[in-house]
Design a binder for this molecule. Structure first.
Ligand code: TNX
Length: 510
């Protein structure tokens, strides 16, 4: 019987038993699930068996399971005979699984996780965590029977790009807050974190050749309402890149241009056409600032920033914004993008931008992030015909900063209200009628932070909708009733972890 004991001596009426965990109660839904009726019990004797090549994954698994169980869970190359093990087996798991897929076998005698790469083992570990009782996510030892339902899961992603974005510019969020967000994202097999590092209100990444970007643009008081200054030093950024990589998440840095540059122009007035510094901005307007397209210093600035950013970013993508350039003429916009998109390639990265970049011919080798509200986009479709790839972030479905309903206190509502079902009920492969699924790399859920300050705020807007977007990116199946049931059961895991979330009335929370 897979049933956790009550965590605390709550009055009987309030202590509804947590839902029984079945092999299929996993978000995102796996490709195939075959329960066999057996049960594995994690006990004080259990060991983690792992070759040294998978040590990172073994460490992550051990640190996920030790706090709530209080067990030692030693990691060893070979479990002694008769000792029950959770075995990590990297390599030769079959071509169908790719780099991120895995096979999980749960038997009475032990658990075996196979994958071609460590990224796949890590994905399998996230599944295994969801197969234990929700109390496994508590930070301190719990009394529970740590059972895992027996059977086999085979799983691999539908899309290679499953992203989330965090706006560091409107309000700065600290490295620890970003790490906490990475922890939660990676549980849902999200594998990219896009950081929006500069905007009109603030500049949040150290650039050595233009030091005032951060000493001025990241000073205390920069941010919406004059709250939320700060910036990432290069050392902090590199540490974040490493932290994310250890969880198989790739960081995608964004510097938004040629619009959304007021903070840079406050720091360096030569970046305006008249050479006069604009006032710092702490409001939430958009579309009023532009780099000076005809000045050579603009391209010196842009190239310095791209070079330094590329040098500290091991991931393949560098995002150069390109949205809402209402203060740049269309001709100037094209001139700018034709010159700047190739600069990203010069420093070894794939250029990535909001879908407006599709108007520039040089975007044929770039990735465009679709954030519109429509179900067709002729400019993007024409670029796709020439080679542009697409990440889907339709604002009326994937934007985590939009209110759930009219009563939501945080967030904006320009793209409409987005309840959980709205976030879930669409297909990234077919939403744009004029863009074929073959051009879609995946999905991303952006979280703009005009109204968000704390980690609690971030979590409330992201969860549970991020789980919906993650399932659209990973799963090959799509079924609201099934998702709704699995999400309802997942709520007790967020409670156990002390993660804030929106208790949507569309879901029966366990
Ligand atoms: C539009 S989406 C923007 C951002 C805002 C966001 C608020 C996009 C590419 N640009 O500048 O923060 O709306 O929802």
């Amino acid at each position: 019987l897979a049933c956790a004991l009550p965590l605390t001596a709550a009055p009987a009426a309030a202590s509804a038993a947590p839902p029984r965990v079945t092999l299929g109660s996993v978000i995102p839904a796996p490709v195939s699930v075959h329960a066999d009726g057996s049960t594995f019990s994690l006990t004080a004797r259990t060991v983690i068996e792992s070759p040294s090549s998978a040590r990172n994954v073994a460490d992550r698994l051990a640190s996920a399971l030790r706090p709530a169980t209080g067990y030692r869970l030693p990691i060893m190359a070979q479990a002694p005979a008769g000792v029950p093990a959770i075995a990590l087996v990297p390599g030769h798991a079959g071509g169908q699984l790719g780099a991120e897929g895995y096979r999980l076998s749960v038997r009475r005698s032990g658990v075996t996780l196979r994958a071609n790469e460590n990224a796949g083992l890590y994905a399998g570990v996230q599944t295994l965590r969801q197969l234990l009782p929700a109390a496994i996510d508590a930070a301190t030892p719990q009394r529970a029977r740590w059972t895992v339902p027996g059977g086999d899961i085979v799983d691999y992603p539908r899309f290679g790009y499953r992203g989330a974005m965090l706006d560091e510019a409107r309000h700065f969020h600290t490295p620890d807050e970003i790490k906490a967000y990475i922890d939660e994202l990676s549980r849902f097999k999200v594998n990219y974190l896009h950081l929006h590092l500069a905007d009109d209100q603030g500049w949040r990444i150290q650039i050595d050749s233009w030091p005032r970007l951060t000493t001025v643009g990241g000073a205390p008081g920069t941010g919406v309402d004059g709250v939320g200054g700060g910036y990432l030093t290069k050392a902090q950024y590199r540490d974040l890149v490493r932290y994310a990589a250890a969880r198989y998440v790739t960081i995608v840095p964004e510097i938004d241009m040629p619009g959304h540059v007021n903070a840079a122009q406050v720091a360096y007035p030569e970046l305006t056409c008249d050479g006069v510094a604009p006032p710092p901005r702490t409001d939430t307007d958009v579309g009023y600032s532009s780099l000076c397209i005809g000045k050579e210093v603009t391209y010196k600035f842009v190239e310095d920033v791209i070079r330094e950013l590329a040098a500290m970013t091991p991931g393949p993508y560098l995002h150069i914004g390109g949205d809402e350039a209402q203060a740049t003429t269309p001709a100037d916009y094209l001139t700018f993008e034709q010159r700047v998109l190739p600069l990203v390639a010069k420093y070894g990265k794939t250029a990535y931008g909001w879908n407006e970049i599709a108007a520039a011919p040089a975007a044929s080798s770039a990735v465009a992030q679709y954030w519109g509200l429509d179900t067709s986009n002729p400019t993007l479709a024409a670029a796709v015909a020439k080679g542009t790839k697409v990440v889907m972030s339709p604002a009326n479905k994937a934007y985590l900063d939009q209110k759930y309903d009219p009563s939501t206190v945080l967030g904006l509502d320009w793209a409409g209200y987005i309840e959980v079902r709205t976030a879930y009920d669409w297909d990234p492969g077919t939403l744009l009628s004029d863009v074929p699924a073959s051009a879609v790399l995946g999905v991303e859920a952006p979280l703009w932070s005009e109204t968000l300050r704390s980690l609690d705020d971030i979590q409330f807007m992201a969860f549970p909708r991020l789980a919906a977007i993650a399932e659209l990116g990973w799963s090959h199946s799509h079924d609201w009733d099934s998702f709704r049931a699995r999400l309802g059961a997942y709520g007790s895991r967020w409670v156990a972890q002390d993660v804030n979330f929106y208790h949507s009335p569309q879901i029966d929370w366990a």
